[in-house]
Write a protein that binds this ligand. Structure first.
Ligand SMILES: Nc1ncnc2c1ncn2[C@@H]1O[C@H](COP(=O)(O)OP(=O)(O)OP(=O)(O)O)[C@@H](O)[C@H]1O
Ligand SMILES: [Mg+2]
Length: 472
């Protein structure tokens, strides 16, 4: 697996390119960048790449053209598309053309890392067609769980014990508490660790696509399905499937998922025969699933089926002893990444970290430290480097009073510096366009290439809900 970690990133936008470069590099990949499609194809031919990440909207050659070009040169290489105003149509078209994955803006760096890891893991598996004996977890850097908290240590112990069984695990906890980390930890301690670990983010994939993502489709299942596509269940066969943000799965699909779990077989879309699968399921959610079942937006039978082994990860504010431990861990990490001499924390900084409520949990702490390490050129990090402006923390604190809102992607991104820029960019563009068209949402949506429904959702996220009835 020599070249398994080399990635080609294609984006015409310089700052986006830099952000992608930086974040993927920090995840341990070797990254080369190209500023347009032609440049990308030249570089791709010259070097060996494990995968390609390309923006969709670019002048001259679009991401779709890049995808087609790559598929001609090396059909096995996975291509991830970043769609700006990802309409379902573009996504469906991209999948048909063989895109391995698409990420919709705004996305957090975690989403990106997650997508890349999974796509590479799946591609290594299908390419080599040697599911057995392959140390899958080796292809991406293992992130240790850093903690001295009794509750967390007990969870780790428990997970280690149940790792070997096939029982479903439901991990609940606020955003950024480390749910995915615990899922991977379980996988590493299972005897399925040599088999694939595949993840599906149920919130990031539009409902219309999620079914074929999970269960795959047959050639000819629908217009344009020119090749058959394996679903994540089949890709995870023998291994572990992480269903991330399961609360966001629509109710109809929940019924199908339940059937798959009960029968241990999947039906590809357009398929005639069910295909047996042996998959261990770990689901995560930051919504209160039991509450959702009472609300009838989550099937109670599926909830019980998933909740065989319940895990609740406590928020960071409830494990105060971990704050400074994690802070020091991240200082070390980001000093190394940025090739800086490791700063210490002043006493005031330590106290400030400890007394803050961390609504974004460990992810937020990591972002705060990453930024502090970057901007601080002194031997000690003081409070002002941690919380330079009150504005950011205010909005995060406010968010915390509405726990249900936490699962919405843009909020998640707000906790992330770089993703927040993307989020802002999108928001600005939507407002600019709306202003240009006197707030005629239909026209603005058309110009932006998004559906009115998406526009309405976006505005809702921004706290604007005054849509007139004729726009429905
Ligand atoms: N105990 C920990 N030690 C080290 N890193 C941690 C720990 N907990 C979380 N992290 C880091 O914090 C970030 C968020 O963790 P993770 O993605 O597992 O959270 P999550 O609960 O799945 O969040 P979300 O609900 O938003 O998906 C990751 O970068 C992860 O590596
Ligand atoms: Mg997660």
């Amino acid at each position: 697996m020599n070249n398994a970690e080399r990635l080609l990133v294609v984006d015409d936008d310089q700052s986006m390119r830099a952000a992608l470069y930086e974040s993927l590099t920090s995840c341990g990949y070797e990254v080369e960048t190209a500023e347009n499609g032609a440049d990308a194809l030249v570089k791709f031919k010259a070097g060996q790449f494990a995968g390609v990440v390309t923006d969709m909207r670019m002048p001259m050659m679009s991401g779709m053209d890049v995808l087609r070009g790559i598929k001609k040169i090396a059909p096995q290489t996975p291509v991830i598309l970043i769609t700006a105003y990802g309409t379902v149509n573009t996504a469906v078209e991209a999948m048909k053309e063989g895109a391995a994955e698409f990420i919709m803006k705004p996305f957090s760096l975690d989403d990106l890392e997650f997508a890349v890891k999974n796509v590479l893991a799946a591609s290594v598996q299908t390419n080599a067609d040697k599911a057995e004996g392959e140390e899958n977890s080796n292809i991406y850097p293992i992130k240790e769980i850093i903690t001295r908290d009794k509750k967390l240590l007990a969870i780790m112990d428990m997970l280690k014990n149940v790792a070997k069984s096939k029982s479903s695990i439901l991990i609940q906890g606020e955003s950024g508490t480390g749910k995915e980390l615990f899922a991977r930890y379980t996988y590493r301690h299972s005897n399925r660790r040599n088999m694939p670990f595949v993840a599906v983010n149920c919130a990031a994939i539009p409902a219309q696509l999620l079914e074929s993502e999970m269960f795959g489709f047959e050639k000819g299942a629908f217009t344009g399905a020119t090749v058959k596509k394996l679903g994540k269940f089949e890709l995870a066969n023998g291994g572990t499937l992480l269903l991330d943000e399961i609360s966001e799965m629509d109710v109809q699909l929940q019924a199908k998922l339940l059937r798959v779990i009960q029968e241990a077989e999947v039906d590809r879309v357009g398929g005639k025969m069910p295909i047996p699968v042996d998959v261990r399921i770990i689901a995560t959610t930051n919504a209160d699933l039991q509450y959702r079942t009472a609300q009838k937006t989550f099937r109670a039978d599926l909830y019980y089926r998933l909740n065989v082994i319940p895990v609740v990860v406590p928020p960071l504010r409830e494990r105060n002893g971990d704050v400074n431990l994690l802070a020091e861990h991240f200082i070390k990490k980001y000093s190394q990444v940025n090739e800086k001499k490791e700063p210490v924390l002043t006493d005031a900084a330590r106290a400030a970290l400890k007394s803050y409520s961390w609504p974004g949990n460990v992810r937020e702490l990591e972002n705060v430290i990453e930024r502090a390490v970057l901007i601080c050129n002194e031997p000690a990090i003081d409070t002002e480097y941690l919380f330079p402006e009150n504005t950011g923390t205010d909005s995060i604190v406010k968010k915390n009073t509405q726990p249900e809102e936490e699962m919405i992607m843009p909020n998640k991104s707000e906790q992330n510096e770089k993703a927040s820029t993307l989020y802002e960019m999108e928001k600005n563009m939507i407002f600019e366009t709306l202003n240009k068209f006197n707030w005629n949402k239909t026209k603005a949506a058309k110009i932006l290439g998004i559906s009115v429904r998406t526009m309405r959702n976006k505005l809702h996220e921004y706290g604007i809900n005054d849509l007139s009835p004729e726009e429905k």
